[in-house]
Design a protein around this ligand. Sequence first.
Ligand SMILES: Nc1nc2c(ncn2[C@@H]2O[C@H](COP(=O)(O)OP(=O)(O)OP(=O)(O)O)[C@@H](O)[C@H]2O)c(=O)[nH]1
Ligand SMILES: [Mg+2]
Length: 247
Amino acid sequence: MEYHIIGNAGVRSEIGVILPTYGEAANIASIIEDIERLDLDVSILIIDDSSPDGTAEVVLEKQKIYRNLLLCSRPKKSGLGTAITDGFKFFLASPNPPKYVFTMDADYSHNPQDIPKLLTTMRECECAIVIGSRYSKGGRIKGWPLSRKIVSRVANTMARRLLGLKLKDCTAGFRCYSTVFLRDVISSLHSTTYEIQIETVRQAYLRDFKVKETPVLFVNRKRGKSKLAWGEIKSFLTYTMRAVWRS
Ligand SMILES: Nc1nc2c(ncn2[C@@H]2O[C@H](COP(=O)(O)OP(=O)(O)OP(=O)(O)O)[C@@H](O)[C@H]2O)c(=O)[nH]1
Ligand SMILES: [Mg+2]
């Protein structure tokens, strides 16, 4: 990865957590604290795209307390997909890579308290990806307006049907990845935005890696603004249609 990492990049831990941020100054401090309180063997990597609200400065402040907190500052908003793949590349290139890598949103839609639950499922199944699923039995979405629920359902059904993914929720971003899988797949990941979620699952299917789901409660963001815009939806549709065309 060509970006500079601030913090102890040689840190060794069993688990890596990637938190992509753009304009999450109101959320990031307490999310970091919540993850630290879980008392897991963890390193937290924030991938921030020079958020104008000072998200990076909040992280720098927290680094004075937590040695396992790393910050990657990118010069401009470059998309959720590249943020996640840059995070993967960092952990893979580390001298002591973690065994598992989590991705989650930094707006409290994904509850840090659910990390142990995904981890338990991963340890049991030893699969490539465990998805924190909103649409499995026991999973739920709280606080989204109907329009947003429809967009999510349509995107999810389209990706599942067109790409033949036997999952209830293939677009969720709360995930635990095995590093073995990430090493295998990293050179095939080219997503720039939200389509990263289906690209990773599709690549797991193509390589005969297992993907599992565990139900979670997804809650609408409490603070800060949404980054989902027409550009992201267009990228998602383009990726899905190209993948169908190639298969
Ligand atoms: N580094 C980086 N992070 C991003 C970018 N776009 C979104 N994010 C982060 O990725 C996560 C998911 O984005 P959200 O804006 O929450 O997208 P969403 O969940 O579909 O929409 P809302 O919850 O309604 O805001 C959040 O932590 C964002 O701050 C980006 O271009 N670069
Ligand atoms: Mg969100």
